[in-house]
Design a protein around this ligand. Structure first.
Ligand SMILES: [Zn+2]
Length: 319
């Protein structure tokens, strides 16, 4: 039969023609009629031994061989009757199921991404950095607040472009996680390798876009602000590392690497310089510099979002 139903993604229908072995393993595919697991037979040529005839067999799903022929024919018949409208209805149902989950547990889901583990410390360090260069604590708090709000607004305005570039962004993240020099932590390397095996790219990109849409809703703006805060923190650290080690700005990857391997002790004077530059950019209304900061923060936030489809099946957030 041509269709199977994915347990992992809320019962959506998957076409055999759209499925490869890797996707097949990860989707948890069952027969839409009897709910028993099915296996994928990919498109292949059938050679006949008596004649030299060759026919092409389309990709399809098969039941386990021990299932009775009558029952299998019953399933074939039922599955053939599934209409395009029913396929679409399932897709919508699966999307709204995820949306409900995002609405309730988005922050927890995002936290499964390793970058958010140190969120609280990052906020404290960021606030104290602004205090170092501001005239008084009130001014520091005001600058911090306005900065984050501005970065958030810029992000929200870029949503159409973010959607256009979603496939590229997800692919870039996957490539990046393969670089061992970037991910020095061995247990994280292992985790990422497992995640990469579990990827169903089409679904991954769809979920990524759904999370973006969810985040820019008014009720989730605080979460988006938190992500922007973390992005700004990373910007400060990486800029400081580049300054301290006199790396050109295109060596950000190296700086990022040393940030996450936690071997860098940055001189306080350098940190101070970075923060005073941040305040200058903001106060002088330097558009070009502000855009560069916003672009860094946007990419950092998007990288976090690109991890969310891997959040373990989402089940643990549904309690
Ligand atoms: Zn069946």
């Amino acid at each position: 039969m041509q269709l199977a139903s994915s347990i992992r993604y809320g019962g959506i229908f998957v076409k055999a023609a759209d499925c490869d072995y890797e996707a097949y393993r990860n989707l948890g595919l069952i027969c839409p009629n009897c709910h028993e697991s099915v296996f994928l037979v990919q498109q292949h040529d059938r050679h006949y031994t008596k004649t030299t005839k060759v026919t092409s067999v389309a990709a399809h799903f098969n039941h386990r061989p021990d299932k009775s022929t009558d029952a299998m024919q019953e399933c074939e018949l039922r599955v053939k009757q599934i209409t395009p409208a029913e396929i679409e209805r399932r897709e919508n149902a699966s999307r709204s199921q995820r949306l409900r989950l995002f609405n309730r547990h988005l922050w927890n889901i995002l936290q499964t991404c390793y970058k958010l583990k140190t969120f609280d410390e990052s906020v404290i360090l960021l606030k104290s950095g602004f205090k170092l260069v501001a005239e008084n604590p009130n001014q520091a708090q005001a600058i911090f607040q306005v900065y984050i709000e501005l970065l958030t607004t810029i992000f929200v305005n870029e949503v159409p472009r973010i959607h256009d570039e979603s496939e590229y962004c997800v692919e870039r993240l996957i490539k990046k996680t393969e670089k061992e020099q970037l991910v020095k932590n061995e247990s994280l390397q292992f985790l990422l390798a497992v995640w990469r095996q579990k990827i169903d790219k089409k679904m991954h990109i769809a979920i990524y876009n759904e999370v973006v849409d969810c985040l820019v809703q008014k009720k989730h703006l605080l979460i988006l602000q938190n992500l922007a805060t973390l992005g700004l923190y990373n910007f400060v650290c990486i800029t400081a590392i580049c300054k301290e080690k006199q790396l050109p700005i295109n060596e950000r990857l190296t700086a990022y690497n040393s940030l996450h391997s936690q071997t860098t002790n940055i001189n306080e004077l350098v940190i101070c310089e970075v923060f005073s530059n941040l305040v200058d950019v903001f106060c002088s209304n330097n558009k070009q510099a502000m855009e560069a900061i916003a672009a860094f923060v946007r990419d950092d936030v998007l990288e976090t979002i690109a991890f969310t489809p891997w959040a373990e099946g989402f089940e643990k957030f549904s309690g």
